[in-house]
Design a protein around this ligand. Structure first.
Ligand SMILES: Cc1cc2nc3c(=O)[nH]c(=O)nc-3n(C[C@H](O)[C@H](O)[C@H](O)COP(=O)(O)OP(=O)(O)OC[C@H]3O[C@@H](n4cnc5c(N)ncnc54)[C@H](O)[C@@H]3O)c2cc1C
Length: 270
């Protein structure tokens, strides 16, 4: 900034939903949930007890869903959220390294999971309006019987289905299933990040631009330190490492071209 670099994309990050998981050796660790929230028999709700997005959407897109603001109260309406799932989910998939090895209710749940025998009791325990959560779950279950999500389009895209349960192939059932097997569980979900994506604006060679759009000679940026060419979006697997490699290569090639060589091929000073 002191040499006049123009910054861009500073409100964005590589967002990812996370849960806090207690690990016996290292204490509480944030655990990113990707496949976990995309599998059948689980949904995500806000503190009003309502679903607010396609739970199987790409992790970066959740940044926008989590940061919806109520402009009267200046609170984030969807953050933190709750991941809600049933015993069928936990027995079949486990969560964050925990898989019950005996039948519920005898099998204890880890203390980072809230468990209750009914949806209403679960809502009361975590402070969500019980009637709303019951209606949310029964609406989800009605649609799950048809393997569709008219509310948020979960399971419509190849991306959603790929993250789901492969036993259901490339069908919406790979990510859509009812919450109908007690007991029921809730885990708090928060907005985490995989890294930054705001920084100096560059040209296609990774040269940093000043506030007038002119190249600042000899100054380059690539990877998470540059203003990402992705803006607020995510291009798919490798969406961060790919551009980082490409712009690192382009910046390196450009800076090498700037170095005058002597007759022995050794680089000189800029
Ligand atoms: C858990 C996790 C999973 C991920 N999974 C994927 C994935 O599957 N696919 C994908 O594409 N991306 C993934 N990413 C993102 C990807 O790893 C990062 O975007 C990428 O590593 C960023 O590379 P970088 O070189 O820009 O920054 P970094 O890898 O952070 O490198 C910056 C380096 O600079 C060093 N440094 C910092 N300050 C200084 C200083 N003052 N002087 C000298 N050195 C300094 C740091 O120590 C570090 O080594 C994941 C990230 C996380 C956290």
């Amino acid at each position: 900034m002191r040499v006049g670099a123009d910054l861009n994309n500073m409100r964005e990050a590589w967002w990812v939903p996370t849960i806090d998981v207690a690990h016996p050796l290292v204490g509480v660790v944030p655990w990113q949930i990707n496949g976990e929230r995309s599998r059948p028999h689980c949904i995500m709700v806000n503190r009003s007890g309502r679903r607010f997005t396609n739970e199987a959407a790409n992790y970066n897109a959740f940044g926008a869903a989590f940061h919806v603001l109520d402009v009267s109260s200046f609170t984030y309406v969807n953050h933190p959220a709750w991941m809600i799932f049933d015993q069928h989910y936990l027995t079949r998939y486990g969560l964050a390294g925990h898989r019950p090895d005996c039948p519920a209710p005898d099998c204890p749940a880890p203390d980072w999971m809230v468990r209750a025998s009914t949806v209403a009791e679960l809502a009361d325990t975590v402070g969500i309006p019980a009637e709303v959560l019951k209606e949310t779950v029964s609406r989800w279950n009605r649609h799950a019987a048809e393997s569709c999500d008219p509310d948020f389009g979960r399971g419509d895209s190849v991306f959603d289905r790929w993250w789901g349960d492969p036993d259901f192939g490339d069908s919406a059932a790979s990510t859509i299933g009812p919450l109908d097997t007690p007991p029921f569980y809730a885990v708090e979900v928060r907005s985490g990040t995989l890294g930054t994506k705001g920084g100096p604006r560059t040209d296609p060679d990774g040269c940093v631009l000043d506030v007038d759009g002119r190249v600042i000679p000899g100054l380059y940026a690539a990877g998470n330190a540059m203003a990402s060419v992705m803006g607020m979006t995510y291009g798919g697997a490798g969406g961060t490492l790919g551009p980082a490699l490409v712009f690192g290569y382009l910046a390196g090639r450009h800076s090498a071209g700037r170095v005058p060589t002597d007759h022995n091929g050794a680089g000189g000073k800029l």
